[in-house]
Design a protein around this ligand. Sequence first.
Ligand code: KG4
Ligand code: ZN
Length: 351
Amino acid sequence: MLVLGIESSCDETGAAVVDASGRVLADVVQSQVSLHAPYGGVIPELASRDHLKNAGPVVREALARANVSWDALSGIAVTNRPGLVGALLVGVQAAKGLAWSRGLPLVGVDHLVGHLLAVFLRRSEEGAPPPSFPFVALLASGGHTAIYRVDGPRAADVRELGATRDDAAGEAFDKVAKLLGLGYPGGPVVDRMAQKGNPAAVSFTLPMGHTRSFDMSFSGIKTQVAARVREHGVPANEQELADLCASFQSAVTSVLAKKLVTAAAQEGVSTVVIGGGVAANRELRRRVTELATERGMRAVLPELASCTDNAAMIAYAGLVRLRAGERDGWDLVATSATSLPRTTRKGRGVR
Ligand code: KG4
Ligand code: ZN
C-alpha cells in the first residue's frame, strides 16, 4: 500500500510517498525559511502564496523520486488541521483536485497526529524498531507543546495529560534566538551554540517546572532572557552567548524530559516517544534517553528529518486511516483547530 502525503500547514510545502511499513520512498520539503527570515517569524499571506507556487512541483518531485506512478497509489493524505488556515487551504485544495482527477480516495490528517506517528517512519535500514502502543509522547513544536498518552494511531486513541499554558517550547527557542540576534528559526541555532556553552552558567527558573501537574509554561523564561538582555545587552563575547544558550536550553529540556518520563510512570506505560521540531534538539534527545533508561523505560526517538514538518508523517497517518477503510468527502475543510481531545485546564488542575 502506497500513500501520497501533502503538507502545507505552516512554512514548509511537503509531499511524500510512504508504504504500510512506514518506509519513506520519497520526502520532498520546500522550506520557506529564507522568505520569512527577514521578518523574524512566519507571515501567513506570504506562506499561502509560496505554497501555491510550490505545491504542484513538490508533488511531481515526490512521485519522481519514489519512482511510482499515480496508478500505484492507494490514496492521498493531506494535512487539514491545525495550522494557518490560508496555508492549509492550498494543500487541501491541491489534494482534492488530485484525488478527483486520479480517482483516488482522500483523507484529511491532523498535523499533530502526524508528529505523534513520525516515530514509525523508516528512512534507512538502520534505526531502532518502532514503539508499540501504548506510549506516552511529548509533542514539542513551534505551535504546540503537550504530553499525550497514545493508545493507538488515531486521534481518538490520544489523551492529553498536560500542555503548555502559554508559549510552545519551539516558540520560546525562536523568541530567545531573536532576542539574542541569532536569527530565525531559533531552535537549530540555539542548539548549535549551546554545544559550546556551560549549562550551569546562568540560573533560570521555569514556572511550573516543579509542580506535579504535567502542564508547562515557557513564556517566563523568555522574559528572564529579555530582562538580562535589557540589563546587560546581548553578550558580545562568544563564550558568554554560548553559555546563555546552553543555560536556557538546559532549563527548557530538563522540564520537558522530566514531565514526559514522570507522566509515563504515572500512566504505568514503559515506552516514551518524542515528536515535533524541538524533538530534533540534541540535549532533549540525550536527556529523554537518559531519564527513561534510569526509570527502566524505552525511549524511541524519530530520525531528525522526521521531527520537523514533513509530508511523510502525514502520508503515514493518512495510510493508517485509509487502511481502516476511512475516507473523507469533498467537503473536507481546512481548520485551525486540532482534532485531539483536550483536557480542560480546570478539570486537570494543579495537583
Ligand atoms: O514541528 P515544526 O517543524 O513546526 C511546527 O509544527 O511548529 O517545529 C518547528 C519548531 C521551531 O520553533 C524551531 O525553532 C524548533 O521547532 N526546532 C528546534 C530544533 N529544530 C527545530 N528547537 C530546538 N532544537 C532544535 N534542534
Ligand atoms: Zn509541525
